[in-house]
Design a protein around this ligand. Structure first.
Ligand code: PMP
Length: 292
């Protein structure tokens, strides 16, 4: 079955989906994006993702490409056309196409909107989570506005590639105070020996992950205390359990930090339980996939 993408008002074969060479996303990274999970025929936490999508647009003074209702219709259509039951939907908006110039283009320049959806094997993700992943640490070198989900991800790309070449899956950025900010595409968590969950506050230095917010709620429902504060590499290495959150990886156990193997090298029971019950705490919007 061939894949279909949405590009500026049209549903086109994925292999031929393209934007103009003078799209400002292509030339200046002048755009934002969102990634939303599709799980068991449902959109996961779509409302929160779209709230953050709107916020990112406002922060960069990019016009919304269409109303929320219309956007949701396109999302559902892209998911249906690609027969995605478990996977991810990606949506990106840029400041549009205009002759290259750093200044904003004329006000009537329409923003560009593209969307793609892909199936992801839940089994494969669960297998990765069952083994746990490694992280490396790198110096924080990103700009000050990482709270905006901008498509400018070069430091994240370089950090994650370095992780991959070191046999790890994620790279944690470490700020000038020696505290971990977040991963290249995930938020970072530790669980202390007394069972307290610790994650950096979303006031500065991180993207306010939607999965992070849901996990926080879930953990509190289960009776865990959640503390929002920074933590260092050495505190993480001494933690009982360590994990990452993101819409694509959900709750992902960390079993190695740089060269240090955590505990017995296997995912711990708290993280495994939080992963298993994650969708109990998330908002699910049922999709009507053709053929169901
Ligand atoms: N931080 C960064 C830098 C990310 O790219 C992501 C993934 N979008 C996250 C955190 C996790 O956010 P979410 O839970 O909303 O996917």
């Amino acid at each position: 079955m061939s894949r279909v993408a949405y590009v500026n008002g049209q549903y086109v074969p994925h292999s031929r989906a393209a934007v103009h060479i003078e799209d400002r996303g292509y030339q200046f990274s002048d755009g934002i994006y969102e990634v939303c999970e599709v799980w068991n025929n449902s959109l996961v936490d779509m409302g929160s993702h779209l709230d953050r999508f709107d916020r990112s647009l406002r922060q960069l003074q990019i016009r919304a490409p269409m109303s929320r209702g219309a956007l949701v219709r396109v999302m559902k259509e892209v998911i249906a056309l690609n027969r995605v039951k478990n996977g991810l939907i990606y949506m990106q908006v840029t400041r549009g196409v205009s002759p290259r110039d750093h200044y904003f283009p004329p006000k009537d320049t329409p923003p560009s909107l593209v969307m793609t959806a892909k199936s992801v094997s839940r089994l494969k993700n669960d297998q990765i989570a069952a083994r746990g992943v490694g992280v490396i640490t790198v110096e924080e070198n990103r700009w000050d506005r990482v709270d905006i989900k901008s498509v400018g991800l070069l430091p994240n790309v370089l950090a994650k590639q370095k992780a991959k070449e070191s046999g790890a899956r994620e790279a944690w950025f470490v700020d000038k105070n020696g505290l971990i900010t977040e991963g290249g595409s995930t938020n970072a968590w530790i669980i202390l020996k007394d069972g307290t969950l610790v994650t950096r506050p979303a006031t500065h230095g991180i993207l306010k992950g939607i999965t992070r917010g849901v996990l926080m709620k879930l953990a509190e429902t289960k009776g865990f205390h959640v503390e929002e504060r920074g933590f260092s590499i050495s505190e993480a290495k001494q933690a009982q359990e360590v994990f990452l959150t993101s819409a694509s990886g959900l709750v992902m156990p960390v079993t190695k930090i740089n060269e240090t193997i955590m505990g017995d090298g296997k995912p711990g029971p708290i993280v495994q339980d939080l992963r298993k019950s994650f969708h109990e705490a998330s908002e699910l919007i049922k999709l009507n996939v053709a053929g169901d």
